[in-house]
Every structure is written in C-alpha cells, then in structure tokens.
Design a protein around this ligand. Structure first.
Ligand code: GLN
Length: 231
C-alpha cells in the first residue's frame, strides 16, 4: 500500500470554517490541524494532495461520488457512516457542545423552548440537536458552515448553535462573542474518510503516516500549536 501511493496526487476534500481543524488564516492560506496532518502524512508517505475546501456535507458527498479520494474534516467515526465510508484510525476525541451569545440568558437546554437552534447539515451536532428538539420544544435550522451558525446567533436569528467542542472553545477564545453554558456531550473520535471499499492503499498509508507523526512528536506539536494544553 505504501509503495502504491508514492508519487500519486490525491484530491482531499475538507470543511471551510472549522477552526482550528481547517480555516483560512489572515493571508488566505488554508491552515489547521487537519491540513497539517494530511500534508505531513503526504510528505512522509511520498504522495501529493490537492485540497478542496468544500464544506463538511459537500466534502463527504464528494468522497461518496468519487470527486474526492479522501475527506479530512473532523469527521466523526459513526456506525451509520461506516455503511458508506471507511475510516482511518482515530486521531482526535471530540464531542458536541452548545454555544449561545455572550449576552444570552440561556443556561441550559430547558431554556430553548419555542426557540430556534442552528446546526450544520450532516453533522453529529445536527443529529444530537434533532434528537432532543422535541423534548425541549425547540426547532432546528440547518446551514452549511460553522461561521454561518455563529453569525446567525449573533444576529439574533437563532438562540443557540451546536458544534464540536474544540471548535466552540476555539471560537470563544478568539473572542467571537459566544459562550458555552452546558457540558459537552459525549461524541465520537475523528477519522479521515474514504469511500467504502475504495482507496484502500491511501487509507493504509494514512494510518502508517499518522502513526509515524505520533511517534516522532509531530502530532503533539501540531495539537499544541492549535489547541495549547486543551487536548
Ligand atoms: N464531527 C462532526 C461530524 O462529523 C462535525 C464535522 C464538521 O462539521 N466538520 O459530524
């Protein structure tokens, strides 16, 4: 498998505004944990990547339709997705967290009755919010980007949003005007994704490269660069 990937160029699909896993820096470069991981794995294993910043749902669909070879976008490893995709080894443990505006009076899910909650299409956050929507009496609206969720809450178009906790925490630390008032929900680990039964060599090469990054300290350095001590 490691021989087979050498010299090849793979199309890698990813999310758009999912800091600190993938986002554009002030110079417009696509950076983040996922971007560093895939580029470093590619360097180690001798293949090239062409990165397509599509949005989470679009990136997963691109892999399914064969328009991308791999998706790395903080994709949670779920049993449902395993019917359509093969996952690499896990590289980060996540979970879903609600965020509200700094000025909000909301202190828990109970306060969401008759409110609008914004979530991201095709994500674990969306699935979780929908699973409790009836119990707490709120409605959900789905959008394609994490940045849109924040904008909608800030604009008063939604009362709360659900995203993965490292993304919520990073945004708050950057001063995006949000706060978290609940504990994070248990969630699944992130893996990179290929279409089920396809790109087997790439999947194996990713796992080999990831293990090398973990063994030689590169993985720890990337995590600390973006997350400080919070991982
Ligand atoms: N981890 C979440 C999921 O897989 C969200 C991923 C994302 O929004 N990029 O559903």
């Amino acid at each position: 498998a490691c021989e087979a990937v050498r010299g090849k160029t793979y199309v890698v699909a990813t999310d758009t505004t999912f800091a600190p896993f993938e986002y554009r820096d002030t110079a417009g470069n696509l950076v983040g944990i996922d971007m560093d991981l895939i580029r470093d794995v590619a360097d180690k294993m001798g293949f090239s990547v062409k990165i397509d910043s599509l949005g989470f749902n679009a990136a997963m669909l691109a892999v399914d339709s064969g328009n991308a070879d791999l998706c790395i976008a903080g994709a949670s490893i779920t049993d449902e997705r395993k019917q359509t995709y093969d996952f690499t080894d896990p590289y980060f443990d996540s979970g879903v967290l609600m965020a509200v505006s700094e000025s909000s009076d909301i202190t828990g899910y109970e306060d969401l009755a008759d409110k609008t909650v914004v979530v991201k299409t095709g994500t674990e956050g969306e699935t979780f919010a929908k699973s409790i929507a009836e119990k707490y009496g709120f409605r959900t609206v789905s959008v394609d980007q994490s940045s849109t969720m924040v904008q909608m809450v800030q604009a008063g178009q939604a009362e709360a949003m659900f995203d993965d906790y490292p993304i919520v925490a990073y945004g708050i630390a950057q001063g995006n005007g949000m706060k978290a008032v609940t504990e994070k929900e248990a969630g699944n680990s992130y893996g990179a994704v290929v279409k089920k039964g396809e790109n087997r060599d790439l999947l194996i090469a990713f796992n080999v490269g990831l293990a090398e990054l973990q063994a030689d300290g590169t993985y720890d350095r990337i995590m600390t660069q973006y997350l400080g001590d919070n991982w």
